[in-house]
Structure formats: structure tokens, C-alpha cells
Design a protein around this ligand. Sequence first.
Ligand SMILES: Nc1ncnc2c1ncn2[C@@H]1O[C@H](COP(=O)(O)OP(=O)(O)OP(=O)(O)O)[C@@H](O)[C@H]1O
Length: 351
Amino acid sequence: MLEVAFRHRFQGLALDVAFQAPGGVTALFGPSGCGKSTTINAIAGLMRPEQGRIALDGRVLFDGGTNLSPQARRIGCVFQDARLFPHMTVAANLRYPSRWRRGAARDFDRIAGMLALEPLLQRRPGTLSGGERQRVAIGRALLSDPALLVMDEPLAALDEARKAEIMPWLERLRDQIRLPILYVSHSVPEVLRLATTVVLMQQGRVVHSGALADILADPQLAPQLGAREAGALIHATVEAREEDGMIRVATAGGPMLLPGMDLAPGQVLRLRILAHEVILAREAPPGLSALNVLPVVVTRIQGGLVQLAPGQGATHERMLAQVTPRSAKALELQPGTPCHAIVKSVSVLQS
Ligand SMILES: Nc1ncnc2c1ncn2[C@@H]1O[C@H](COP(=O)(O)OP(=O)(O)OP(=O)(O)O)[C@@H](O)[C@H]1O
């Protein structure tokens, strides 16, 4: 667990940042200039805040009396530009952190293997593609034997093809290494794909932090991730393949059908259902081409977004539907109203 609380004043911006990051990937998200990089730098020991306390797994990194050096903090950093040493081979870059962390060298083969770096070991950074350079930077950060990995816009300098190439490696870090990751990004698709926790920042302050799924299904907070992104992230378990090839999954709202994919029974999925892909009806609609109609109960209504609990409401999962004020009035929607959510499309994220 990373605990962060600090204040710092720059000309033009007073930062007052406080949040906690549990395990998994915590995304720091907010508009340009809100203080994300400054926060990362304070955590990594690259700048000294005027006051505060920063602790990692109960170990104080910074407070009134302590200010550990960046090396002593056990934080691996990956920045937008890979910041590799150009005169050293990839292998020498990767071995660099073992100069100050003796335990690091023994993981060399495992991490080089995991990031598929073996074919690059004798090359110099100048001869690598942007994506390869970032993979080396990730490997080097991991070989410093970190207790936390901090990534500041690690994909921002890459084109779409290179981003797509790196993304599965980041998912692997999250799922296999189980190292907590603090991830700064402007990109909503990256946050949706990687984050488990989101810290929303604005003008030097944390306006909210919590589970990604809760933020996406919160009518007040979801628009901060972008109006088109509001919607649910609900869990589903694969049950069976139907005769026509469709996949039947179980959700808190009952069974749903997904287009045929290579999925095994028992596999847990995250389903993304965007608010503008959901239509509400008070009665179960007959003769409809949509495959997925779920019973739901209205839990909140705010700013054209209706929050819904799937099923009879006895679940903590939430969905959102985009509804015009006129429709909300015509349907007489209010908290507790049972209705039916007609889901026009669903996308499947990895579990
Ligand atoms: N060393 C510094 N001296 C003075 N002002 C600074 C310094 N570092 C950052 N700032 C100011 O603090 C504010 C926050 O900067 P920061 O780089 O942390 O924002 P950010 O959220 O990471 O932005 P971006 O997404 O554009 O990278 C900015 O207004 C910046 O000008």
C-alpha cells in the first residue's frame, strides 16, 4: 500500500495531494498541468515537497524527518522517453540497477525472458524501435527489485502500433508480477484496460479516488473520464456455447449472450457496457432484435445518466444508461424504480 499526502507550492499552482494506492494498477488521471508528474516525482524522490508524508508498505520514504534518496526508496521508474544510457548495450542498461541492489541480478534471466529481451541484449538503444526501448526501460525498472513501479505516460511517445505491442506486456506485469503500479496517463483507453484503481486529479488536488468500475458507473464522476466513456464494467462468467455459436455468460443481472469467441466455461470476463448503448423500458419489451435485456433497479439519476443495479438490486455492481430528461420524466424514473435495460452492444475486456 502506497500512502501519499503532501503539499507543495509552485508559482501558479498549489498542490495538496492525498491518496492511497492499494495493490494492482492505480491510474493518476487528470488534465495537463494538474500535478500528476509532480506527484510521481515526489513519490520517486526526484523532488522534495514542502511538507507531507509518503510511505510504502509502512516504510516512510518522506516526512518531516526522513527524505530517502531515490535509490533507497525501491521504486522503479519508467518515463515517456526510455532514458536508457545510449553508450551501453541493452544488457548493460538492464544490469545497471544491480550496482546498488545486489539481489537484482538473480532475476535477470526471468525478466529478460518475460519481456522477450534476449534478442536485443547486445544492441545499443539507438538501434531499437520506440516500443523495444520502452520494454528495456520496463525491464531495467523491474531489475532494480522495486516495491512499486511508477510509470509516467510510458506509451505517450509511441504510435498506435507500438502501443498495441507494449500493452500486453503491461497487462502481464499487472497480472503475473503482482507488483503495485502507479500509472500516469492521459489516455482513457489505457486507463480502462489497465487500471484497477483511479485517482482523479484537478488543479493540484485529488478530487476522487476509488475502484475503476465504481467511477465508470458513477453519474457524477464518469464524465470526468470523457462523456462517451461513461458506463458499466460488470463481471460475467462464461457458462456455455449455444448451438448458434453465441456464448452464454452469467451476470448479476442474469444471463447474457456474447458473439462467438474463444472462451472457456468458467472463465471470468469484464464486460464494458457504455451508457449510450443502453435503452430503458418500464415493461419487458416484446419482439426486439436486441439479445440482451436485463432486469434492473434504478439507484441514482444525475445529469442525463441513470445508474442501475442489475437484477433485483442485491449486488454492488452498477450499470449506467444515458437518458434524456424528457424520457426520464416520461418513464417516471426514480431511485427504486424497476425497469428493463436493453443492451445494444457489449465489449469484452480481459478478466
Ligand atoms: N520545477 C517547477 N517549477 C515551477 N513550476 C513547476 C515545476 N514543475 C511543475 N511546475 C508546475 O506545476 C504544475 C503541474 O505540473 P505537472 O508536470 O505536475 O502536471 P501534469 O499533470 O503532470 O501535466 P502533464 O499532463 O501536462 O504532464 C504545472 O503548472 C507546472 O508548470
